[in-house]
Design a protein around this ligand. Structure first.
Ligand SMILES: O=C(O)CCC(=O)C(=O)O
Ligand SMILES: [Fe+2]
Length: 224
């Protein structure tokens, strides 16, 4: 499932992040890429542990924690700290697949879901679309500032060359409590329907049975 979520960051948070990034130092993005992604990665990113990076991380962590659509769709067990990247004219990230196993400061994690949180408004740059390959061909995504896209880490994807302006984005990875993407989607649909039924009809017998099915599927599929 590929899902776009609008307004993950509000305008106050976006301005705060822009202000922090204005004072920040960006380094060659190749330092965090796997050996073959290095060959096609041509961007810059905030160095790990920079003060601005930590402040941006805190804003994004809080925004993801309060976003119920994100929580429901991703069911995060571990969220890799975001990498804040900056693409200037001529920069791009060629076709690659993300590492399956990554390390955070505390632990190793599996990447199930990748995400891009757009920090620049689309009119601030030309090119810079995130292009995801699928069996139906390539699809391009360029979202408003503050919106995010969630997509399977198993895909091949790339970022189109920038031909004007600057593209700022935060990218991250999630190990989900529900490892299998199809199972995750079943639970997402079921929970959405269950909440709607509750809102429309209240705590009926059908709602209780749906709740039982939902809890039992979650119990069966959860990867703790
Ligand atoms: O900037 C993006 O939209 C995606 C970047 C990416 O694919 C990556 O960092 O692995
Ligand atoms: Fe990637």
């Amino acid at each position: 499932m590929i899902l776009c979520i609008a307004d993950v960051l509000n305008s106050v948070e976006l301005s705060k992040i822009a202000e922090l990034l204005n004072q920040a130092e960006f380094i060659d993005g190749r330092v965090t890429a796997g050996w073959n992604a290095k060959l096609v990665k041509n961007n810059t990113q905030l160095s790990k542990g920079s003060l601005q990076g930590r402040r941006v991380q805190d804003i994004i962590t809080a925004a993801l924690a309060r976003n119920s659509l994100f929580q429901l769709a991703a069911r995060p067990k571990i969220i890799h700290p975001v990498l804040v990247s900056r693409y200037e004219v001529g920069m791009s990230y060629g076709i690659h697949t993300d590492d399956a196993v990554m390390s955070t400061q505390q632990q190793l994690m599996r990447s199930d879901i990748s995400f891009t949180l757009f920090l620049s408004p689309p009119e601030a740059y030309r090119g810079g679309e995130l292009i995801i390959d699928s069996t139906e061909g390539e699809r391009a995504y360029k979202l408003p500032a503050g919106a995010m896209i969630l997509y399977p880490s198993s895909t091949l994807h790339r970022v189109e060359t920038i031909t004007m302006g600057i593209r700022l984005a935060a990218v991250g990875w999630i190990q989900s409590l529900i490892r299998d993407p199809q199972e995750r989607e079943v639970l997402f649909d079921l929970e959405t329907a269950r909440q709607q039924i509750f809102q429309e009809l209240g705590k009926t017998r059908s709602f209780d049975l749906l709740s039982k099915v939902y809890a039992n599927l979650l119990r069966k599929w959860v990867d703790l």
